[in-house]
Design a binder for this molecule. Structure first.
Ligand SMILES: Cc1cc2nc3c(=O)[nH]c(=O)nc-3n(C[C@H](O)[C@H](O)[C@H](O)COP(=O)(O)OP(=O)(O)OC[C@H]3O[C@@H](n4cnc5c(N)ncnc54)[C@H](O)[C@@H]3O)c2cc1C
Length: 444
């Protein structure tokens, strides 16, 4: 079956195995190396193995829930959207969420995803109590911070390279409503944006959209969105009787691949102008705060089905780096200036602040993370090479869930933990059993 990640680059013909029960999986596995796959929302080739890709989406049962602690036990293939649909009406929300809810629990753990609250909550791994992992010889191992802790630490953010996660226990957080109090702050340039990130450091959520084609004194022109869970008293009277009931939503769809010229320097520039001014006006309201439903705040892109088709048939690449705090300002400025000069418009350019992070191989570190995406066309790889070089020169590292092109030497230079992760795999013979196109490319 032809498979790809969300960026639809690269694509590969993969033999796919789809277990329906965790107990049958051990018996279904072929000899040789394999990789687990959730909902395919990683952008590149991390969930692709030509010989054996294990589609986990049928292992999608919710197994138990303790309302007094928020502890949910679920199979790894359960989509985050199911978790929200079932538990938000009961007053529980994921403690950390990526920018789409169409991800699986296993995929979230394997990438150790971060959300708009990383600066105060860290990654999803902080909220995983234990997981059951299918090891190299088909044995199931329970691991947690107290039991097989080394395996636990390496599996969170291990990109499926330590085994197949079968089920996990995640602590959900309690919320009073499905609404978010959002404030939009328009920033004329990068200095203003960094200043506002500091000002709003105590906010639960923060994320900035950056106009990556703005240049000169306007480099980093942006909209910072901060958010807080609304309590019942924050809601207008008409919503107070059902604070956990989200409004009905209409979903649009991109029905086919748009021609690759649709996204060009001019169309993205126009989009960015309109988007910035709309955000600026929203921020000028009485106090700048407005009430938005959780879907609009956390998952704006999910309202457009197949939005990855706007990049055309050849797909697109995403670039995400994190730079240490001290080097963020200079590094991000250089990355944005290079992008603006190249004129390769990325209209999904996002900047977030990360807090401190201790982990074996997860992506975040304290600093700022920049995400850019580019249609896969002539010149894109050369531009991403250049951005990678700039990021490395500023002490940056790269998010494997977004990557489709990093080289072995770029990985080893940018992330000293990669050598230890590789040794761990070799020591436990995990490298003989678990591999993706990405891990082969990166020599892991
Ligand atoms: C629109 C969009 C927004 C996003 N926003 C964010 C964001 O804000 N923050 C963030 O951190 N990420 C973000 N992501 C990336 C996404 O959260 C991760 O790539 C996540 O891993 C996808 O989950 P999945 O179920 O689709 O996994 P897949 O894409 O199928 O797989 C991703 C990795 O997880 C491994 N894996 C999957 N299931 C298992 C399992 N059961 N056992 C072992 N390994 C497994 C795979 O081998 C692979 O290495 C975003 C992606 C999209 C498309």
């Amino acid at each position: 079956m032809k498979l790809s990640g969300w960026g639809r680059y690269p694509q590969a013909d993969c033999a796919v195995i789809t277990p329906r029960r965790a107990t049958e999986l051990g018996g279904m596995l072929p000899e040789g190396r394999l990789i687990a796959r959730g909902m395919g929302r990683a952008y590149g080739d991390s969930a692709l193995n030509i010989a054996a890709t294990i589609d986990m989406t049928r292992l999608n049962r919710l197994l138990s829930f303790d309302k007094s602690t928020g502890l949910l036990v679920a199979e790894a293939g359960v989509p985050l959207s199911d978790i929200i649909d079932v538990f938000l009406p009961q007053g529980f929300f994921p403690p950390v969420t990526p920018g789409t809810k169409h991800v699986s629990l296993g995929g979230m753990i394997a990438a150790d995803v971060h959300g708009k609250n990383h600066h105060n909550a860290g990654t999803v791994g902080n909220f995983i109590d234990w997981l059951d992992l299918l090891g190299p010889s088909g044995q199931i191992v329970r691991c947690s911070r107290n039991e097989n802790s080394d395996l636990f630490e390496h599996s969170i953010g291990g990109m499926g390279l330590t085994g197949v996660i079968l089920r996990a226990a995640i602590r959900l957080k309690s919320v009073e409503s499905c609404w978010i109090n959002q404030k939009t702050i328009a920033c004329a340039n990068l200095d203003e944006l960094f200043q506002e990130f500091e000002t709003y450091d105590n906010s639960t959520y923060s994320v900035a959209w950056v106009d990556c084609l703005s240049s000169g004194a306007g480099v980093g022109r942006s909209l910072l969105y901060v958010g807080e869970h609304a309590v019942t008293d924050d809601l207008p009277q008409r919503l107070q009787s059902q604070p956990l009931k989200p409004p009905a939503r209409r979903r649009l769809s991109v029905p086919f691949n748009l021609p690759s010229f649709t996204l060009n320097r001019y169309s993205v520039k126009l989009f960015n102008q309109l988007y910035f001014h709309k955000g600026q006006r929203a921020g000028e309201g009485s106090s700048g705060w407005e009430l938005v439903d959780y879907d609009s705040y956390f998952y704006p892109l999910d309202s457009i089905l197949h939005w990855n088709r706007i990049y055309g048939r050849r797909g697109f690449l995403q670039f995400q780096t994190v730079l240490p705090l001290a080097q963020s300002r200079d590094g991000i400025r250089a990355l944005l200036a290079t992008t603006a000069t190249a004129g390769q418009g990325s209209f999904l350019s996002v900047l977030k602040k990360f807090g401190a992070q201790q982990s074996a191989f997860s992506f975040p570190m304290e600093g700022y993370t920049l995400t850019l995406d580019f249609p896969a066309r002539r010149g894109t790889l050369a531009l991403i090479d250049k951005l990678t070089e700039i990021a490395i020169a500023h002490g940056g590292r790269f998010y494997l869930a977004k990557d489709a092109r990093l080289t072995h030497s770029e990985l080893m230079t940018s992330d000293k933990r990669a050598a230890e992760f590789k040794n761990f795999r070799q020591k436990h013979k995990l490298d003989e059993r678990f591999a993706s196109l990405q891990s082969e490319r990166l020599g892991l």
